[in-house]
Ligand binder design. Structure first.
Ligand code: SF4
Length: 332
């Protein structure tokens, strides 16, 4: 992984770059290594250090983040970069408590940066570590109630020496050997002391409290194209889902059980409804987006948003749900 500094390099005195560690940890939240890799490489090529990132335009960073999801992370990324540049002289503080005070850095990320970048014996607990701890100790309490006990068990094992290598090793063990299904116990260095393996309970751990079903929300997206090819787009409000991202003007997204979304066309036009709807799943709900399209003359002024000339419009800058809507409308 391009953000890693291996044990051999560390032994040779090469220290991990805190900027790269922090950036990778923020990107990896809720996302896979495979999805993050190209974004990480693009970000570090364009903004090689935290000072460069802090000086970037908001819109540039939001556009570069498009497709990675959970856009609040991108806004906090910029806030954090600016705090490090403005309040810490462009250097990440080598202090767990100071890291925790930075915007967008929660207990997990603070511990990961402290341990990996600075070799501070902070306890790093992600989903992989929770799973390994539950199995190693045959802990029957279901998640999320088990979180405090799994964190304590992980803290008991965190060593004073090489805590950064240790943190990455446990996370990697969880990601590659102690996997959610079919753990490869035959390859595991911890098997002799693994209570879950001895008891035969390991594959079923950690136990989980059944999740409530996600509700469905409905909304309408309006895709207006001017006769010169420009598209009508708007920047979404800072607060709320996809905050600060570019998107199609639309209705509020309301609970499907509460009725139909309110018609809210951003410009006077003859709107046509597509037979397909864009579907997307967010953390807490499924979205069904009705798509309306229109071709509008040059002299018509929108009530919301602004026209983006065809040569400046890059579908890749849109968040995924907005791009799905565009992909459905484009053939028409
Ligand atoms: S022995 Fe199996 S269950 Fe136990 S930690 Fe190793 S991979 Fe996980």
């Amino acid at each position: 992984m391009p953000w890693r500094t291996g044990p051999r390099a560390r032994a040779a005195g090469i220290r991990p770059d805190p900027y790269r560690v922090w950036l990778s940890e923020i990107m990896l939240q809720q996302t896979t290594v495979a999805a993050v890799r190209p974004y990480f490489e693009a970000f570090t090529a364009r903004w090689p250090d935290v000072t460069a990132l802090a000086a970037a335009e908001d819109a540039e960073v939001m556009a570069a983040w498009a497709g990675l999801g959970y856009y609040a992370r991108a806004r906090n990324l910029l806030k954090c970069a600016r705090a490090v540049a403005g309040e810490h002289g462009g250097v990440f503080p080598a202090d767990h408590a100071a890291l925790l005070k930075l915007p967008g850095i929660g207990p997990y990320t603070a511990a990961a940066v402290a341990a990996i970048a600075f070799d501070i014996p902070a306890t790093v607990v992600d989903g992989n570590v929770e799973r390994v701890m539950a199995r190693l100790h045959d802990e029957p309490t279901p998640l999320p109630a088990a979180k405090p006990v799994l964190t304590r068990l992980a803290a008991d094992l965190t060593p004073e020496t090489r805590p950064g290598d240790y943190a990455q090793a446990v996370m990697d063990l969880g990601a590659t050997i102690c996997t959610p299904r079919n753990p490869a116990c035959g390859l595991c260095p911890w098997r002799p002391s693994c209570a879950g393996w001895h008891a035969g309970t390991a594959p079923a751990l950690p136990a989980k409290t059944p999740k409530a079903r996600k509700p469905i929300r409905r909304g309408i997206a309006y895709l207006a194209r001017r006769v010169d090819g420009a598209w009508l787009l708007e920047t979404r409000p800072e607060k709320g889902l996809l905050g600060g991202m570019l998107g199609w003007p639309g209705s509020d997204w309301i609970d499907a059980a509460a009725g139909a979304p309110t018609d809210a066309p951003p410009i006077r036009a003859e709107w046509k409804t597509l037979p397909e709807e864009a579907r997307h799943t967010f953390t807490h709900f499924h979205l069904r987006l009705e798509i309306r399209t229109a071709l509008v003359p040059m002299d018509r002024t929108p009530e919301r948003g602004g026209f983006v000339p065809l040569e400046e419009f890059r579908p890749a800058d849109l968040p995924t749900v907005m791009r799905k809507a565009f992909d459905l409308a484009r053939p028409r």
